[in-house]
Design a protein around this ligand. Structure first.
Ligand code: PMP
Length: 457
């Protein structure tokens, strides 16, 4: 059987991202074959609703002929153009301009990357260069947030604050610091917005002092919603309070919108809804809806002018062979057109239905928390709601829940701690959202029957 031989070839040769190599050899691969809209089909013809848009990226959904055509047309005309040596291509220039038009405030300058990790990595290089130009190279300390995710490059993984990305890799570096997350379901400061915002501000000020004062601190990184940390939604006003505090301390503020950008939370960018203008914004995923790789750094005019004047005629030595790839840019332009011709609107409608539906799961004995914004949501499972006791590790929540969902025809993100993450394509119909909800309830019921869960209740 074809799928068996593929499974064997995969086992022998393909290293999967963020996986247990031995675990994967044992479990084998699930091969996806095709997809249309929000529905995936695997090698055996099994159909699944994609409640996670690939990896929170296929915002437009699968199978858009107009995206395929945009890529094919660009490949025919000019499949590659470097941005080095003052060269460029039309789609890259147009996409940069369209993004600058829509980004908040003076985020007018765009540096294209291949994805989110190298976008984050690029910000670190730009920030060091900015402080060098400002004559303050001692501002070389970076602060991010526990449970945050900022990619898997060595530098970005050090800003990331998930233990699995650090252990054994010799990171974080000594210049990479963390403050606690706003995680409102389990916040020692309590669950009121004011208490959470005040405790985050206090933690930021304390960390800055501990490092040696603001004159040592280069930048602060935050996701509008912490995605890979378990879809942790800060209270309203949190991003603005942190952004204002950084401005007062003259610390650069980076909004990492790799997940939240492109309609995931409703508007094109979550920062708009948060009422902030960051110094840098990192984007990827929904930028091309995952059809081809591309990310970007949006840089404020204030920062850009300092770097440009500081370097003068000298080349700023940062760039990639595939920066501003014309095929990716052509796809980005078409995807942007789709967002603005109904997709964002559909996402907002479907997101309201998803959130309302997830709220109704609160009556389930295992559901401790429901959180989200737009088409980015999570439920957190516990065995004791009062004590908020997580599912026991013996119940292998990540693997078993993913497996149950898969069998019921649903793909979700099943985190190892019993959090279930949702980020469906924005094109979802009402019926597809209802399928996600119905199948989730079945998964919860089956999880309740798991002897390892039962015995912990
Ligand atoms: N930043 C955030 C907030 C992310 O969620 C991710 C990816 N999940 C990244 C950066 C890294 O992006 P990529 O995987 O495209 O390198």
């Amino acid at each position: 059987m074809l799928s068996n031989s593929l499974i064997e070839l995969d086992r022998r040769h393909l290293i999967h991202p963020v996986s247990s190599y031995r675990g994967h050899e044992y479990l084998g691969v699930r091969v996806l074959k095709s997809a249309k809209g929000a529905v995936l089909t695997d090698m055996d013809g099994h159909e699944l609703v994609d409640g996670f848009a690939g990896l929170w990226c296929v915002n437009a959904g699968y199978g858009h002929e107009s995206i395929v055509e945009a890529a094919a047309q660009q490949m025919r005309e000019l499949p590659y153009a470097t941005g080095y040596f003052d060269m460029g291509s039309e789609p890259a220039i147009r996409l940069a301009s369209e993004l600058a038009d829509r980004a908040p405030g003076d985020l007018d300058h765009v540096f294209f990357t291949l994805g989110g990790s190298d976008a984050v990595d690029s910000t670190v290089r730009f920030i060091r260069y900015y402080w060098h130009c400002k004559g303050q190279p001692q501002r070389d300390q970076f602060i991010s947030i526990e449970q945050g995710y900022h990619g898997s490059s060595t530098v970005g993984a050090g800003l990331t604050a998930l233990p699995g990305f650090h252990a054994g890799f010799g990171i974080p570096y000594s210049w990479q610091h963390k403050i606690p997350s706003h995680y409102s379901y389990r916040n020692p400061a309590g669950d009121t917005p004011e208490a959470i915002i005040q405790s985050s501000l206090a933690a930021l000020y304390a960390k800055v002092e501990e490092i040696g004062g603001p004159e040592r601190v280069a930048a602060f990184y935050a996701e509008p919603i912490q995605g890979s940390g378990g879809v942790l939604v800060p209270p309203k006003g949190w991003m603005k309070a942190m952004r204002d505090a950084c401005a007062a301390l003259d610390i650069l503020f980076i909004a990492d919108e790799v997940i939240t950008g492109f309609g995931r939370t409703g508007p094109l960018f979550a920062s708009t809804e948060d009422g902030i203008v960051p110094d840098f914004m990192t984007i990827a995923k929904g930028l091309t809806s995952g059809y081809v790789p591309m990310g970007a750094v949006l840089m404020s005019d204030r920062v850009y002018q300092v770097m440009a004047d500081g370097a003068g005629p000298v080349a700023i030595g940062h760039g990639y062979t595939y920066s501003a790839h014309p095929v990716s840019a052509a796809v980005g332009l078409e995807v942007l057109r789709l967002y603005e011709n109904g997709l964002l609107e559909n996402g907002r409608r479907a997101g309201a239905r998803l959130m309302a539906g997830l709220e109704t799961l609160r009556d389930h004995p295992l559901v401790g928390d429901v959180r989200g914004r737009g088409m980015l949501a999570a439920i957190e499972l516990v065995v004791n709601k009062k004590k908020k006791t997580p599912l026991p590790a013996e119940a292998a929540p990540g693997r078993r829940i993913f497996d149950r969902a898969w069998k019921s025809g649903l793909v979700i993100r099943a985190f190892a701690n019993g959090v279930l993450g949702y980020a469906p394509p924005l094109c979802c119909t009402d019926a597809e959202i209802d399928m996600i909800l119905d199948r989730t309830r079945k998964v919860l019921d089956a999880t309740l029957e798991d002897p390892d869960v039962r015995s912990a209740m």
